[in-house]
Design a protein around this ligand. Sequence first.
Ligand code: SF4
Length: 799
Amino acid sequence: MGKTKHGGPMRLPKTPKPGLWVSPVPLGLGKVKPHHIMETAKTVWRNRDNLPYAWRILTQGVCDGCALGVSGLRDRTLTGPHLCTTRLNLLRLNTAPAIPDDILTADTDELRRMSSAELRELGRLPYPMIRERGERRFRRVSWDEAMDRIADKFRAVDPKQAAFYLTARGLTNETYYMAAKTARFLGTNHIDNASRICHSPSKTALKRSIGIGASSCSYTDWIGTDVLVFWGSVAANNQPVSTKYMYAAKRQGTKIIVINPYREPAMDGYWIPSIPESALFGTKLADDWYQVNIGGDIDFMNGVMKHWFEMEKREPGSALDLAFISKHVNGLEELRAHVAGLDWDDIERGSGLSRERIAEFAELLARARSGVFVWSMGLTQHRFGTDNVTQVVNLALLRGFLGRAKCGLMPIRGHSGVQGSSEMGADPFSLPGGDFDPETIARIEKLWGFDIPKWQGDIVGVTLENALLPDDHERRLRLFYTSGGNFLETMPNPDRIRQSLENIELRVHQDIILNTSMLADAREAVILLPAKTRYEQEGGGTSTSTERMVYFSPEIRGPRIGEAREEWRIFLDLARRVKPEEAARSMKAESADEIRAEIALAAPNYDGIQHLRKQGDFFQWGGAWLCEGGVCPTPDGRGRLIPIASPGIRRAAGAFLATTRRGKQFNSMVYGSVDPFNGALREDVLMSPEDAAELGIADGEAVVVHNRFGRFYGRLRTAPVARGNLELFWPEGNVLFPSGVYEPHAGIPEYNTEVKVEQADVFYARKDRKYRTKEAEVPEEDGLPAGAAGAGAQPCRTE
Ligand code: SF4
């Protein structure tokens, strides 16, 4: 852990810098770009029935959107206001009134005709509801009736047949902690959270290389670093205020490099509303782009290292930070030998970039005295996501970009709860303050006062597959308790997910709004439990940002919805109903303050959380830099270079590599059918103009994207995408991805695949004789290994 404290917010220069402008034409007239003023006006209109409360949430609460982190309208990086349209879009979730009773109890088939966006617009869940098998409508029940029914089921099933899941939007550390404790109290280790489909490989890779599970640096390190690299991350879209930090960085001479198959317009230029010159003329963000193939990052980074080792041969010290390596890093010779054995032709073919371009990037980094590497799901959502991230760590270790000012490794998080969820133990490989290992288990058992089950819990994807096991299987999922989460719209292969959801005996959805997954049938019943938002919770709550800043969000005065309850209180209630006598001894916390006091004991990094009580309170665990001075929290204090083999992705002739991207949305919540940055519609398939010309398909023509797993009906849209690659919107594109294929170390599902694209007319003309869809087997020729699906299969470990 670092000793140096965060230096506090920095100031932006007051004078403009026209050299950074996108265009001298004011307000980006004639350009495709978001219209922040109009978006703000729409937010005011949408919240017009509850404006004072909406304002109090914005000015007093901690944002429930992404994990950039802000308390009220202030952050710890820059002075000045911090607000974005993502937060404004989410605001209505907090200010909406209750769903009217007649809609809540409408025929389920009517509700099923609505999209998730339409269901969201209905308002908040006000009461516990139940729908028994065969019933067409939900009916209102009392909290006692709902909780007793759930408790009875918990008592009736083997704990290995019950599982918990928690989303990351808006949940607080207090909720994660109580859920993690309750699951273990009830005897199950099947508990997982939303990081499983976004950043689980980041934690796994960082742990195995340098012993940490979080960002090593702070956002202030972006500002003035020599090189700021965004790897598979469109921070300008997903963490919009990060553009302000990028602007500040550029004002200090930082070079911004983006590595991504698609030249994302949001990272090219952005109109930052809170900076007058940028709001008027825009700011050029990326200085250079490396358009790698989907899944080509490992090859690219191997190429960078190969170039460095060649430079070193000619002139030792010209590429590597040899002093840092000798003092703080193991594994140099193994890595050197591995890279020496690689062939440049393979590297070029895999990465999609020429040797010369790779050398340019390598030399830029070699010249840099400091660097910060930021990455996101372009690296993690692969079946080799942990290896992707490991390569980034390898680069940082070779250049000594760790544990000092303006240097670091940052897995930038998209959900306000993702960082805290695992740190509170809400995943099968973690307990509060540690991994699921004998030492931590013993420590936590002593604190909690009950035995923790010792068997390995399943990740959420395996849990859902366990619902399809034979009835007598010991891990056949019979009871599933999910706080948030809409699996039909987040997991690959939605049809199979539906089968799983319908095959569970009792499903409990604890949430603030309705979503499509809740409407799926169950073998016995579906129960809906109304949750409070983070702003309604008595005693407030905390959440942890990407840069490990733990912010306190107070309870905010305003209307309250029906019988909605604090989420941590619901978990506590459940534990007490299932095992009242034991709970009287072990589940004693009665308030948010008491939970925070317990967290401080359970998770040593969170010592300090017990003092957070009022608006604006915060602390950063671990100090400004983890691994400060290059000393890692590994057994010998050193970082570990790990040779990584190429995943060897090769497209079949005429096929494309496909991946997903986000538009106007917050995770699976879509807020607009048109992408404000490129004008694309949700059904658009982005492809390079050269590939489109080769296929003879014109812009706007109907296409079918297909493979063995499914078909996607869309329209072609040409865009600056690397040749041979294409991008679809998420989650719409999920129909093309196989289920049961997980990254072996961290369990993230595979969200990339090989596809063919045809004009719709051509496809229909020959579909019956030529194509089959959705075969159960994962095809060998797609290069996708069969996943470790099924009972007790444990493909994943946090190393
Ligand atoms: S950038 Fe993220 S943390 Fe900041 S206001 Fe927007 S959604 Fe919230």
